[in-house]
Design a protein around this ligand. Structure first.
Ligand SMILES: [Fe+2]
Ligand SMILES: [Fe+2]
Length: 475
């Protein structure tokens, strides 16, 4: 079960060759995917040999294989974590019943919607990142970008397999549509807001992989609990890839902080203008990027009160983060949860039925997890003797979704007027000028072991290779 068949046109561990109709349908989708990759994937990089990891099995050590490959030749395929024959649904009203091996009729539309929404984010991020290769600060970073890109491509494959295999003609149509929507497209945008934003520079990329890929982690964790077993098994394997994406983000920001702190110490200055003049990114700009990416990412969890979230949970389609480790009744009919609302010009907490607040529950779990990494970033500053500390803004800051949309809240949680917002917006969110400055630092560094001025090298290379290893052969 865990061995991956690489002799089939589509690598897989799902015995694809035993289902000829499905195999044909996916082989029909495959060239459309490759066309999409050529058009919307990494710009100008299709002929590079990139030192990529490829899954050889779905066991924990299955990631052992690294080699130089051209990205269009990457072995995208279908890998599900092994089936646990005994698996039961362990939350909601169907708790205790056998997990579903086929999509139950009454939940089909909701399951399809969940899978399409997840699937849509995967190619979206590749599209958002497609120009970044032109300005990579090093070969090491370029390789990491491409690794993230090919894996997001594989995550799309994972969702497309589910659509083809379990949702018949509707599923095939949805799979086609996943290649037709594009990030930021006026007429046919991606489904979720954050996936239509630009990722124009490498600071944005690292913030995106830290925050937005972490949203991916939490969504996938919730889906890995699903009573629909194929979805649970697929997302479980996707999670092994997501960890690397968040590593890229966390270590990327960390290396920027190191470099900025070193320059601040060399110059003996805290003045952002002087820091910028030395060709590194000032801490204030890093904070504003953080505020932006954090706030658009927490919107991805959806409205704070949602009857859909209640339905998905009660039906057993989507669980909570670490559902199995929680000690409540896993039905939640009698539980409540605190969400924010605005009353008399201030934020206050109100208790609502927990089932309706499950988006908020997941968002709060995400926030806790995000905080840990920010603490590690601050350790970098602390070690270098810099007093500045990065902070997550208040969760009501800059929200577009839910009951907090439409009000103005400062990063410290104070509700402000529209005038106050406008007066401070550029202290809180990146201005056009901030983005121009960061863009002005971006320039491609291609020599092995060399790094752009604004970022420190990593401590170790990928797969225990030296930092100056030739991760990319440009050809
Ligand atoms: Fe993904
Ligand atoms: Fe990811």
């Amino acid at each position: 079960m865990s061995g991956i068949n690489y002799t089939d046109k589509i690598p897989n561990n799902v015995n694809l060759s035993n289902d000829r109709a499905l195999q044909r349908a996916l082989e029909h989708w495959q060239p459309n995917y490759l066309n999409w990759w050529q058009e919307m994937g990494p710009e100008g990089a299709q002929s590079f040999d990139v030192y990529l990891r490829t899954a050889v099995s779905v066991q924990p050590d299955g990631w052992a294989h690294f080699d130089h490959v051209k990205m269009p030749d990457y072995r995208w395929g279908i890998f599900l974590a092994p089936q646990d024959g005994e698996r039961k649904i362990h939350f909601g009203e169907n708790k205790g019943r056998d997990a579903w091996q086929e999509a139950p009729g009454e939940h089909r539309a909701n399951l399809r919607r969940i899978i399409v929404t997840q699937g849509d984010t995967e190619p979206a991020s590749v599209e958002q990142q497609r120009h970044l290769g032109l300005t990579a600060p090093s070969q090491y970073d370029l390789r990491n970008l491409f690794q993230v890109n090919v894996e997001e491509g594989r995550h799309l494959w994972a969702m497309v397999y589910l659509l083809h295999r379990y949702f018949g003609r509707d599923g095939r149509e949805e799979a086609d549509a996943l290649l037709q929507r594009n990030s930021g497209d006026q007429d046919s945008p991606r489904i979720l807001g954050a996936f239509n934003e630009k990722t124009p520079d490498w600071l944005a990329f690292f913030m995106f992989t830290y925050f937005t890929d972490r949203d991916g982690k939490f969504q996938l964790c919730a889906l890995a609990e699903s009573g629909f077993d194929p979805l649970a098994r697929t997302t479980k394997f996707m999670l092994t890839e997501e960890a690397h994406h968040m590593f890229v983000g966390e270590s990327g920001v960390s290396r920027i902080l190191q470099r900025t702190a070193d320059v601040m110490n060399e110059l003996g200055t805290e003045n952002p203008e002087s820091v910028r003049a030395a060709g590194v990114i000032d801490l204030q700009t890093i904070q504003r990027y953080l505020n932006f990416h954090y706030s658009v990412t927490i919107d991805l969890f959806g409205a704070d009160q949602s009857s859909n979230a209640a339905i998905f949970y009660s039906a057993g389609l989507k669980g909570r983060y670490e559902e199995g480790k929680r000690t409540d009744d896993h039905v939640l009919k009698h539980d409540t949860y605190k969400v924010l609302e605005v009353a008399d010009g201030r934020l206050r907490e109100v208790e609502v039925p927990m089932l309706n607040a499950l988006n908020e529950v997941l968002r709060d779990d995400f926030i806790k997890d995000s905080m840990a990494g920010v603490g590690r970033w601050n350790k970098v500053l602390e070690k270098k003797g810099i007093a500045f500390r990065l902070q997550l803004p208040h969760k009501a800051f800059n929200r577009r979704i839910g009951s907090l949309a439409g009000i103005r809240v400062a990063p410290d949680g104070t509700v402000v007027t529209e005038e106050q917002w406008r007066a401070h917006e550029h202290d809180w969110l990146p201005s056009a000028e901030d983005r121009e400055f960061v863009a002005s630092l971006m320039g491609r560094v291609v020599e092995p072991g060399k790094f752009a001025n604004w970022i420190a090298p990593p401590v170790i290379g990928i797969n225990r290779q030296p930092v100056n290893f030739e991760y990319i052969r440009f050809n």
